[in-house]
Design a protein around this ligand. Structure first.
Ligand SMILES: *Cc1c(COP(=O)(O)O)cnc(C)c1O
Length: 364
């Protein structure tokens, strides 16, 4: 069968491998498997969220409130913006899809770092858009600017992933502002802040807030998610914050009821328990130190991380290390497909990290 030509250049997104697969394949007991592959919050989510959700389990017959009034109101208060500046997506992933759909096409491509979130490229290719990447793996704004100046008329969206998944680096806010000032109003700059809650804790200079972006720039779309620090990856709730005209354009592409009644409630309640989030973030960086010490002790290079995972360069074939760990029930990410001999490990709980260190020593 012939399919849409754009599919020819597209690869299927490689999601973190699920625990269930390791159970089926190797017969390892669930409790002996650790998944440190998708940057989920290892502490789960706020108990207030679970409680609120169980209370509405008899409401499945009704569609959710498609205006998402309460969730937008909660986000608007959190970020000191207006509800009309917010769009809700089934994960911020879906907001990326809306943005690319609203802005890109054959003559309007995307610019991004060489190694960054894979979905930017997938959605861009779907629109038949051209992909421009910087030579450096990590974000280098001089390189971004150079390419932008050369191909101004061919670039519809610039993606800045701060902190960057899968490498963990981030940029100082001042440099980001300086960069965006040099971009035309008609080019959208997407600041993907999926991990900004972590950055805020680690280094205030790198904190980027949507309300500040909104005040300064009319062409910026900020993306946030409940999947990471809030521990709601399974619920699929994310959001975009930007100028009203951007939000209205993206809204034309939003299917009705794009998040579920349960997801909606989860997001609303999650915003009310900041303490849960902060406790988890604090533990994340405490555990991160152990990874840094581990790397120093064994002589592995790593990228300083401003988020909830760490990228470690391996001096052997990273695929081999990945496969061996996988067989032992430790699921991480192999970065070979990005052209890096490295692994990305999500920071787990103390016990999960203990298991990683133990198994890593065994296989290495
Ligand atoms: C996880 C992630 C997202 C979106 O996740 P959703 O679960 O779709 O909200 C977006 N950008 C980056 C960089 C991510 O790591």
């Amino acid at each position: 069968m012939n399919f849409n030509k754009v599919l020819e250049n597209m690869k299927i997104y490689e999601a973190g491998k699920p625990i269930e697969l390791v159970v089926r394949k190797f017969g390892i007991k669930k409790k002996n498997i650790v998944k440190l592959a998708s940057n989920e919050n290892p502490h789960g989510c706020s108990p207030k969220v679970s409680e609120a959700i169980s209370k509405i389990s008899d409401r499945m017959n009704l569609y959710p409130d498609d205006s998402f009034y309460e969730l937008k109101d909660g986000l608007a208060k959190r970020f000191l913006v207006k509800s009309e500046n917010i769009i809700i997506g089934a994960g911020s992933d879906q907001v990326i899809e809306f943005a690319v759909g609203a802005k890109c096409g054959k003559k309007s491509g995307v610019l991004m770092a060489k190694t960054t979130f894979a979905m930017y490229e997938i959605y861009a290719r779907k629109m038949g858009a051209e992909i421009f990447r910087t030579p450096s793996h990590q974000h280098n704004l001089n390189e971004f600017l150079e390419i932008y100046k050369k191909h101004k008329d061919e670039i519809g969206i610039i993606f800045l992933c701060l902190p960057n998944n899968p490498l963990g680096e981030s940029l100082d806010r001042r440099d980001v502002y300086k960069f965006i000032k040099q971009i035309d109003d008609d080019t959208m700059v997407v600041v993907d802040g999926a991990y900004q809650e972590y950055t805020r804790y680690k280094d205030e200079k790198k904190l980027i807030e949507p309300q500040k972006l909104l005040k300064k720039f009319s062409n910026v779309l900020y993306l946030g998610t409940f999947s990471k620090a809030y521990g709601l990856g399974g619920m699929r709730v994310g959001y975009g914050i930007g100028n009203v005209d951007i939000i209205l354009a993206l809204s034309k592409l939003r299917p009705p009821f794009n998040i579920t009644t349960l997801s909606l409630r989860a997001g609303i309640e999650a915003l009310k328990d900041e303490k849960f989030v902060q406790t988890a973030i604090k533990d994340n960086f405490k555990q991160m130190k152990r990874y840094e010490q581990f790397c120093d002790e064994y002589g592995f290079k790593y990228i300083e991380s401003f988020t909830n995972f760490i990228t470690i360069y391996i001096d052997r074939d990273s695929t081999e290390i990945f496969d061996e760990l996988f067989k032992k029930g430790v699921i991480i990410r192999n970065l070979k497909s990005y052209g890096l001999n490295a692994i990305r490990v999500t920071i787990g709980t103390k016990n999960q990290n203990d298991l990683f260190f133990k198994k890593f020593k065994e296989v290495y």
